[in-house]
Design a protein around this ligand. Structure first.
Ligand SMILES: *Cc1c(COP(=O)(O)O)cnc(C)c1O
Ligand SMILES: [Zn+2]
Length: 610
């Protein structure tokens, strides 16, 4: 039996060979990554070349290229066989004639990880393990827990706090025991390794067996391109496992004669987590560990890439390159891809397109090259990130005139105005006249703002300036959006308010309102300043027979802005008539934003009840 093995596990650093019963993660001597090294002659003897060339792509077509010994143990969810889209619209826009996207979001759990997890969980069963564990930035957690569930194995997962909501929801649904840590992915890896050793859990992760399963992306791309390799393959790098696996896949297909060239490997990282790019820029194999990686592209928020050396070698061997992209470029690329090709991906995947845009600008691509970007994960995994750069949609009363109002006022033209560098341009540092404001809105957004909205917008500008904030282009965009959204004249209007707070006493708020040409003043305490203010507001309402309750409250720091601006979204309910509305407020000051949101809610409910 022993000498029949088709493969060995070898340390990429010290070249020591390990038995898979001992370790399939890292070298127990030097800590280096392991690689599965095949006896390709033996594989060739077994291989049915005709079948590979003619059978349709499916998850189990490539078993000959995997280190699986007991075929009865295979755990599959029909992963792989993902589409390769030819992107004509986007290609035209970038001046490229042959641009393709391999869409890995089409896998069962929404990311390429499933290809590797199939092999990994199968190996866990082969090795007789009773449970599995893994560290993850989210997608591995979702994938491993899905396959573990299918295999009937308990699954333990450790992720960094703040992991995107879609990935957490998946992982918990598949039944894994999930722990979030106040730390980085590297911390999660360390804890998980200890956990696996203590309890003899099978350690899943960016290790040798997973990499083998992920090679099938290369096999499929080659077949989908009619048995050719792309000229360039663009791919995000986290640990470097996937990119180096794809490279290995292409080199194998070349060895077996299925293709006759290899792609240049273009690795992409986020500028906040770029150890591989830094090593590439120094033309070395030795990357430096980054302790505090930070990027919106959470799946590649990795400062210590386990397979960094493997991917650096692939980049050098293929005459490729590594480059990084800023988060803003990533989110804009994510939007662009969805808009032009209707492919909705998560930010980490979108880094590939942001990188291609840069390469085009740098004239590093030839228009006739065959370029494939691997879009590694689906957009619904992390819907909150991209919402930061998308317009907030208005909530309106269900009448045609309201719909018309938003279209007539070119609301969407303003909302989708470009959010780029010129956004930081300062437009006003003192209160503009109505004439000046009108002119500026016309110049910046090509929109004629109506007089009622103008008054509203000017009020908001005044309140921003009062708080010591200059009005940048992005501020003006948001202020105009806001005033159009708010629309009608206010019936209930805040004249002024104040809150006193101290450490020991409950805060007390005082508010002055105008309603039907009469002024009211009330005060109230509350558990917090916002609560006190709203209670004081409600006292005035109660005097006039209105009972409006705050039923939901969300705070968002608006990242369209360099300096913090707070967006408040709240649900306000008319208790008597049992109707609710969503209201919003925006200001550099959280109290102002909150009370303005409540003011809007009260006015909306008032108008509904008349
Ligand atoms: C895991 C992951 C990556 C990074 O892959 P590595 O193998 O860690 O380099 C990129 N994008 C998505 C969506 C991922 O889930
Ligand atoms: Zn070693």
């Amino acid at each position: 039996m022993e000498n029949k093995k088709l493969y060995k596990l070898i340390c990429v650093d010290c070249k020591k060979e390990w038995k898979e019963e001992e370790t399939s993660s890292n070298c127990m001597d030097c800590g280096g990554a392991l690689d599965v090294v095949y006896d390709y002659d033996k594989i060739t003897e077994k291989l049915n070349m005709h079948l590979i060339k003619t059978a349709p792509i499916s998850s189990l077509k490539y078993l000959n290229f995997y280190p699986i010994e007991d075929m009865s143990k295979i755990v599959s969810l029909n992963e792989g066989n993902t589409p390769l889209y030819e992107c004509k619209t986007l290609g035209k826009m970038l001046g490229l004639n042959h641009l393709y996207i391999k869409y890995e979001g089409a896998n069962p759990t929404g990311a390429f990880k499933d290809r590797g997890t199939m092999v990994e969980i199968t190996k866990a069963l082969e090795l007789g393990k009773k449970a599995v564990c893994c560290a993850s930035t989210g997608n591995m957690a979702a994938s491993v827990s899905a396959f573990a569930s299918k295999a009937g194995l308990p699954c333990y997962v450790i992720v960094p706090e703040g992991t995107p909501i879609g990935k957490l929801a998946q992982t918990l649904s598949y039944g894994a025991k999930l722990i979030q840590i106040r730390g980085t992915y590297a911390d999660a890896v360390r804890l998980t390794i200890n956990l696996s050793q203590k309890h003899d859990f099978y350690l899943c992760g960016d290790y040798a067996f997973r990499a083998e399963g992920q090679k099938s992306q290369a096999y499929e791309i080659a077949e989908q391109l009619n048995w050719t390799a792309p000229d360039k393959l663009i791919i995000p790098i986290g640990c470097g496992t996937n990119s180096s696996a794809i490279w290995k896949g292409f080199t194998e297909y070349k060895k077996f004669g299925f293709i006759d060239s290899l792609p240049q490997m273009i690795g992409v990282q986020a500028s906040g987590a770029n150890p591989v790019v830094c090593a590439y820029e120094k033309q070395t194999m030795n990357y430096e560990i980054q302790d505090k990686p930070a990027t919106v592209a959470s799946a590649i928020c990795v400062g210590e890439p386990l397979d960094g050396k493997k991917i650096l070698k692939a980049i050098y061997d293929s005459n490729g390159m590594a480059l990084d992209v800023k988060d803003e470029e990533t989110l804009n690329a994510q939007k662009l891809l969805a808009k032009t090709e209707s492919i909705f991906v998560e930010p980490s995947a979108a880094t590939g397109l942001a990188a291609l845009q840069k390469l085009v600008e740098m004239k590093k691509v030839n228009k006739d090259e065959k370029i494939v970007i691997v879009m590694t994960g689906a957009g619904l995994k992390d819907p909150t990130s991209v919402l930061k750069v998308l317009p907030t949609s208005p909530v309106i009363n269900p009448v045609d005139s309201e719909v018309d109002r938003f279209l007539d006022k070119k609301f969407y033209q303003i909302c989708s105005a470009n959010t780029d560098a010129e956004d930081k341009k300062i437009l006003f540092d003192k209160i503009p006249t109505e004439e000046q404001l009108k002119k500026t809105v016309k110049i910046e957004f090509d929109v004629d703002i109506m007089n009622s909205d103008l008054v509203n917008a000017r009020d908001q500008i005044t309140s921003f300036l009062d708080k010591g904030k200059e009005i940048k282009r992005s501020d003006l965009q948001m202020i105009v959006e806001n005033s159009i959204r708010k629309g009608k004249e206010k019936t209930i209007k805040i004249i002024d308010f104040g809150v006193t707070a101290s450490k020991k006493e409950k805060p007390v708020a005082n508010i002055k309102l105008e309603y039907e040409n009469k002024e009211y003043e009330e005060s109230s305490d509350g558990v917090g300043p916002v609560d006190a203010l709203i209670k004081a507001f409600q006292k005035v309402l109660a005097k006039n027979n209105m009972n409006y309750a705050l039923t939901d409250y969300q705070v968002k720091i608006n990242t369209k802005h360099a300096d913090a601006v707070v967006d408040i979204k709240m649900a306000v309910k008319d208790e008597k008539n049992n109707v609710s509305v969503i209201a919003m407020g925006t200001s550099p000051d959280i109290l102002v934003a909150s009370i303005e949101a409540f003011e809007e809610g009260a006015n909306l409910l008032y108008n509904k009840s008349c």
